[in-house]
Design a protein around this ligand. Sequence first.
Ligand SMILES: [Mg+2]
Length: 383
Amino acid sequence: MKLAGVELVRVEVPFLVDIETAAGAHRTRSLLFVRVVSVEGEGWGECAALSQGTSVDPTVDEVEDAAAGRGVARLIEASAARGGHLPAEAEVAQLFGSSPVDRMLAAVFEMATSDAELRQSGRSLAAALGTGVGYQSMPVGAAVGIPGDRDVARLRDGVDAVVAQGVARVRLKIEPGWVIEPVRAVRDDHPELVIQVDANGSFRSDDAAGLERLAEWNVLCIEQPLPPADLVAHAELARCLSVPICLDESLSSPRRVLDAIRNESCQVACLKPGRLGGVRATRLAHAACAQAGVSVFVGGFFEAGLGRSSNLALAARLSEDAPGLVGDLSDPATYLSVDPCGFPRVHGGWVRVPDQPGVGPSPDEVTLGDLNARRRWFPATYT
Ligand SMILES: [Mg+2]
């Protein structure tokens, strides 16, 4: 495919309800799309970065600056080296380094190139990944944040709402002082519901006794209890607790996934393709987890429909390789005021993996206009 240029498209979409976590509140989802345009057709990628970064994840502004700089330049240089032809999807992530910004760039440029290739060949991402019979639908999980005023009644309403949609499991955000009361309330309301909790790194090792109490309410796992850098402290905590530990922010690269496995820091891994560097990087990390007996689920960054469709197809393929836990695959319409892309409808807690050509639904041009998208075009000029 002959590369004509690359466009960066940025829109701001308010969340339906502020998303409160121990790491801060999210009010607006800044969406960054990369559009790769070739003579034969185009492809879209969606960046996972949020408006606010964390100790391990860059902000969308940082990724957009880098995309406008070395991101676009490397794709154009790689195309120039191939006589103007876009590199194959399998080659794109390797154009980038190992920094957090570079892994986000790798993921979004890989997605855009993959989308262009798949549309050109008339194949879906699920088909390209070799997803087989029996994995055309996936169960959907949801995350419920901390009510701003720690109002248990509001939390219960929030959980009731996602349970009414049929979600197979709920991840409750917790933080010091907001552990027992919310979990007990939700367990009382929903005796059969699969409950996970996510602390976003807000506890310390000496909180172990309090966290162990979660076993009383049959919590599936405790996600990221301690700050992300310390894999050894997580390993020590895992030996003290009967509730399995899941890591999320700690798994900031495929290499870190291997380190966590070697240290026995977790029994469950939340793998986020945007953070790890794309679909291929996530499959490598998943293979290592499967071999070590670490259960995996595909985590989300409150994506729009394109990014979430990519995660959906990947989750289907991974669950075929090794049974995992329910991923963050809920419909973006349940948390974004507008989803410029759209997503398959969720029926009874299950969603069908897209089988149309491409990675997923690309953003709607009219919706992008209504949202006053900021668009920058970078023509592929070869000297
Ligand atoms: Mg998490």
